[in-house]
Design a protein around this ligand. Structure first.
Ligand code: ADP
Length: 283
């Protein structure tokens, strides 16, 4: 399928990327961004799901191209409150994509060795190489989110991190990385419902952490921390997208569309076959 296939273009044209992309200098008030939002779909889930399937197929091809061409690097950062849907996005959006070409790096509570280094030390080894796509399930942003809310380092120290992070990401961009950062925006009621489902389901209960309730109690502090982090680190080259995520079908559609749109812009081509291949006959 050519990169400008009309069905892909027409689907992408129906997504209001501008509405979700945070512009440099823009002030963010998460209380004013509706987590139930679904753009122009107006509840038309079937329509969105059909579009999702087409874009998901296209992502498969684009990932092959990325790998085959071996020129570009793609980093996707996923941040959210607990139950915000990071795992769901990883499962659904990348369904069908060749697992050999996509890595997921999950960032948990730092180990003592990690804590003995600067906070970017554990992150840098996981960034994508040429032809690779890497998904960060949590990221260096935890160091201005949970670290700030739990007061794990003094404010004078974490405040400087916005500058470090901007510079770090600019370095990656300058060296050929495309960066997309997604904040999956759910509200407290939606989280309550998902936590209850998690508790009630014997196959999901293992995911429940009592500590998740502490983060839930500090919801407003987290929202302020997200707002500041997003405002201070959204750049033209490494933009944040605030994605309404109460409706999983809309969340998944906007995520896949944003990734496909960014990959289409790379205008990738399969490399030519090796010289002499045309005449080859396999016996
Ligand atoms: P997840 O919720 O992403 O599925 P876990 O339940 O294992 O995975 O949670 C990971 C935990 O690690 C989260 O509570 C997160 O806030 C914490 N964490 C990640 N990075 C840091 C950090 N730099 N400092 C402190 N805590 C962190």
């Amino acid at each position: 399928m050519p990169a400008d296939a009309p069905d892909i273009r027409s689907i992408l044209n129906r997504i209001d990327f501008d509405r979700h992309r945070v512009k440099p200098g823009e002030r963010i008030d998460l209380d004013k961004i509706d987590p139930e939002g679904d753009g122009a779909f107006d509840g038309d889930r079937a329509d969105a799901e059909a579009m999702f399937e087409t874009l998901n197929d296209r992502l498969e091809v684009l990932q092959e191209l990325l790998f085959a061409e071996g020129k570009h690097r793609v980093l996707i950062v996923l941040q959210a409150m607990d139950c915000g849907g990071k795992d769901g996005v990883i499962r659904r959006v990348f369904d069908g994509v060749n697992p050999a070409g996509v890595n997921v790096a999950s960032f948990k509570v730092p180990t003592s060795v990690e804590l003995a280094h600067d906070y970017l030390w554990r992150v840098h080894p996981h960034v994508p190489g040429s032809g690779e796509m890497v998904l960060f399930n949590r990221s260096h942003y935890e160091d201005v989110l949970v670290v700030r809310v739990l007061d794990l380092v003094p404010e004078a120290r974490w405040r400087k991190r916005y500058d470090h992070i901007r510079s770090f990401e600019q370095l990656l961009v300058d060296e050929g990385t495309t960066i997309l950062k997604f904040f999956l925006h759910i509200d407290r009621d939606e989280q309550a419902e998902r936590l209850r489902e998690r508790l009630a389901d014997p196959e999901k209960r293992w995911k429940f952490r009592l500590g998740d309730l502490d983060a839930r109690r500090a919801w407003d502090a987290y929202m302020r921390a997200f707002e500041d982090a997003i405002e201070h680190t959204t750049t033209t080259d490494a933009p944040w997208y605030v994605i309404p995520a109460n409706r999983k079908w809309y969340r998944d559609l906007v995520c896949v569309a944003t990734i496909v749109e960014a990959l289409e812009r790379l205008d990738m081509r399969f490399p030519p076959a090796e010289e002499g291949v045309e005449g080859v006959v396999i016996e």
